[in-house]
Design a protein around this ligand. Structure first.
Ligand SMILES: [Zn+2]
Ligand SMILES: [Zn+2]
Length: 264
């Protein structure tokens, strides 16, 4: 069966799909597990963090009640309840309270904000060289690994590349190995799962994934990061790449407990 551990429904500020539609689509494509992980952006509430577009906060009660309704009618698919927590050190207490309060299957911890800006937006890169900007991002990712709340998956390492305005925006591992090696080794040491995100290009890229494997990393999750019902995007292509590297199974979560599915 196919497993997708990262997707957004209409309850996310930038999501468009109904949970029921996403579940139907996932089943049609051969999924046995789909996690809805709507954006929980307590990072965006912290002083100094700027969102250049209107951004609303997730209504978790509304999200949970809709999820429960779809889940109740679901027989074939394991529909998991999750959030993607946007990391900011100052929001740790808020996330701890939220994670305590709801029966999440899975929590993805993702860095979106770096020193005041969501690195998705070109504003972040103004006046910064690629080296300066990417290093700031990787330092924040490293810090996020020690977040003081229970999370399961480290989201989309390399997210800073999406709209980076450089002639060669690719992260070349050797240019940042002094920061990437500690990140990958810490993920392994803490027993966390590294996500492969296919929303844009495969993220992290193949160089980083190969190093993770080389260092002993085996826990990997698939995340389409679908915002428009496009669950399982590039699943077969990415699975083939991961198998070539040596990975044998995807890790996914039910009630924060790891399960494994062979990569086929
Ligand atoms: Zn994200
Ligand atoms: Zn996401």
């Amino acid at each position: 069966m196919k497993v997708d551990s990262h997707s957004h429904s209409k309850f996310s500020p930038d999501g468009h799909a109904e949970i029921a539609e996403m579940a139907a689509k996932a089943k049609e494509l051969g999924a046995g597990y789909l996690a809805i992980t709507d954006h929980c952006d307590k990072d965006a509430l912290q002083p100094g963090n700027e969102v250049p577009v209107p951004w609303r906060q997730l209504d978790i009660d509304a999200y949970y009640s809709d999820y429960k309704m779809v889940k109740a009618g679901e027989r074939e698919l394991y529909l998991a309840f999750g959030i993607e927590a946007g990391y900011d050190h100052r929001a740790e207490k808020l996330y701890r309270e939220i994670i305590d309060k709801y029966p999440f299957d899975v929590v993805i911890n993702s860095v979106h904000f770096v020193e005041g800006w969501d690195v998705y937006f070109p504003y972040f890169f103004e006046g910064k060289t690629k080296d300066v900007a990417y290093r700031m991002y990787f330092e924040k990712v490293y810090e996020s690994l020690f977040a003081d709340y229970p999370y399961d998956i480290v989201g989309h390492i390399g997210y800073c590349v999406r709209n980076a305005p450089y002639p060669d925006p690719v992260i070349h591992y050797e240019d940042y190995s002094d920061l990437l090696e500690p990140i990958l080794r810490t993920i392994i040491r803490l027993g966390k799962t590294l996500e492969v995100n296919t929303h844009h290009d495969m993220c992290p890229n193949i160089e980083i994934l190969k190093k993770y494997y080389e260092f002993g990393g085996r826990k990997i999750s698939f995340g389409s990061d679908a915002h428009r019902g496009d669950v399982l995007k590039d699943y077969d292509k990415v699975s083939k790449t991961l198998k070539e590297i040596g990975f044998t199974h995807y890790t996914y979560f039910k009630q924060h407990i790891e399960e494994y599915e062979p990569i086929e």
